[in-house]
Ligand binder design. Sequence first.
Ligand code: HSE
Length: 407
Amino acid sequence: MAKVAILGFGTVGSGVAEVLRENAAGIAHNAAEEITLKYIVDIRDFPESTYGSAHIKDFSVVEQDPEVTIVVETIGGVGVAYNFTKRALLAGKSVVTSNKELVAAHGLELLAIAKEMNVNYLFEASVGGGIPIIRPITQCLAANELDEVYGILNGTTNYILTSMVKDGAAFEDALKEAQRRGYAEQDPSADIEGKDATRKICILADLCFGKNVEPDGVFTRGIGTVTADDVEYARRLGCKIKLLGRAVRLPEGRALVYVAPHLIHKTSLLSNVDGVMNGIVVRGNAIGEAMFYGAGAGKLPTASAVTADIIDAAKHRKARKYLGWEASEPGYAVSPESVPMSWYVRTDSSLTAVGAAFPKVRLVSFPGEYPGAGPDHYAFVTEKASLAELRSRLDSLNILSLFPVLD
Ligand code: HSE
């Protein structure tokens, strides 16, 4: 029998307790042993909870209990969660988590501790909510040289963009609904400003290319700058706008890693990934392209992935699973500043100015046809060039929006 402690009884932690209870028989079958929830550690009181004496407030009880072999960290953030994870691993317990912020920031160190202690640190739920993606990358696609990984990695912003475009919802209302449904982070600016997607693309890049990417230095743009005009221009260009995280292996051992709203052509499968769904594309030299699709956030989808890691940790108590990546040298991760790609530009500069800066592009405009679009709005897509190469020409215009276009 494996005994488990859950740290943090919020949306995901309570979901894990629920799945462990509801699916106990199937989980025991799949783990080849019974999995029991012994402790729920949280400083808050839960008078309505049905888990009774499992609720405790002191983590050191878990740390010192040799019966507990698997710790579930669903606290979130990098403060207490980092401290407890380290202590649990050092106490010889496997840790499973949905905490993308912690994995992105300290995964390298925590995986090294797990290796030293011969225990597992598993984080399937840290990217893509309920979508299997960590295991496919590290196991099913392990025979490939992986060259690129990109996708819609944040359920909250995809839910908001979809509600605004399809249902005409106001931004604030769509965000409130995403919070009510348990999709958003405690501080939803992490979703809106792209930081959550950055943490996830860093984890994917770490795993796909084998070297650590620090989230702090990554080029990150959120959905705050996407306007109704951009959505309409994108439509006229045959595209939709989606927030993507993208990592590409570059020559000379570097990697392009960034997060930004992108124009995606309507024929792309990703353009139809709507609502809370996430879609992740992985490109490898043997598989070609593989796409993973499913619920990217929410209590039970995320708990599904966490609980699968509990089962895996139980099954690999004696033979630790290999999972990890190396430290990277300075300058390893680069931004779109130095890598050629096409850019969508919206400007209210004069036609003469646009023509002088970008003489070859096809201009799109819809003066007077759409509320909010003034007569002097223009949009166009540049040739493939790095932002550094485009800088002087872009600087000659008044830029209202600037987003990459996915090839
Ligand atoms: N806030 C995150 C999202 C939760 O919306 O994708 C899942 O990681």
